[in-house]
Design a protein around this ligand. Structure first.
Ligand code: 0O2
Length: 222
């Protein structure tokens, strides 16, 4: 009986994870359609690369525990853990980051749950990216389901910085020596400076007017 219960729980968990995989695929399709349209109709590709990931069962279990969810309460997990499906869109320039965000979130079947603009307001360690939790409909045999997907938009320079910072953070098991923390914060500024120089260069080369101001932050900024 206990074995049967465990099997049922496992099946339910697998079904639960599949919902997120489907949601992730919907978002990937949306992004790849935008990329193809840009490439063919505007002769410009604003996306450098796209990477998707499903949170691992271990990391979901750890977050469930951190949130104090004691029972296998899938409704609570659904509403409280919104980064099970993640899509990271790495763009060439900051302007493209906001453009992609606007194009994706303006779609009729996309609902924006939260936006954290760590570009307008970087984290204290220097982390920059534009995060959005969006909900997309997934059509199953049982009906439509709104699935949350965390989309992170960033530039190549922001991505380069975040991936090194992530490795350093893990290497030191979250206890990064202060001189490295300071160097990382400096490096984040250098990455931001490179982003503006590259964007200015690109605009000059293509005869696009320079941006005078940072783009307006989207709603619900952190
Ligand atoms: P992974 O491996 O990418 O999944 P929470 O999601 O509740 O833990 P919060 O504050 O709600 O935290 O989420 P937030 O601020 O939107 O950021 C979550 C994700 O953004 C992280 O996911 C990272 O991918 C990325 N991120 C946020 N801050 C940093 C940072 O300082 N450095 C780096 N390198 N990445 C960051 P996970 O789940 O931590 O990891």
């Amino acid at each position: 009986d206990a074995i049967q219960q465990t099997r049922e729980l496992r099946d339910e968990f697998q079904r639960f994870l599949r919902e997120y995989e489907f949601g992730m695929r919907e978002v990937e399709t949306k992004i790849s359609i935008l990329r193809d349209e840009f490439t063919h109709d505007h002769a410009y590709n604003p996306i450098e690369h796209v990477k998707s990931r499903l949170k691992t069962p271990d990391s979901i279990v750890e977050k469930i525990a951190r949130k104090g969810i004691a029972e296998p309460d899938f409704d609570r997990i659904r509403s409280e853990i919104t980064d099970i499906a993640g899509v990271r869109v790495t763009c060439s320039f900051v302007a493209d980051v906001y453009r992609l965000f606007d194009l994706l979130t303006a779609q009729d079947d996309v609902t924006v749950r939260t936006v954290k603009d760590y570009i307008a307001t970087p984290k204290s360690n220097g982390y920059k990216s534009l995060h959005a939790i969006i909900e997309v409909p997934v059509f199953l045999s049982t009906g439509a389901l709104a699935v949350p997907v965390e989309v992170q938009f960033r530039t190549i320079a922001m991505d380069f910085w975040a991936s090194l910072e992530h490795k350093i953070y893990y290497k030191f098991s979250n206890q990064v020596p202060s001189h490295l923390v300071d160097s990382l914060t400096d490096a984040a500024e250098a990455a931001a400076e490179l982003d503006s120089r590259m964007e200015r260069l690109h605009r000059e080369a293509h005869g696009v007017p320079q941006r005078q101001l940072a783009p307006p932050p989207p709603p619900h900024v952190v």
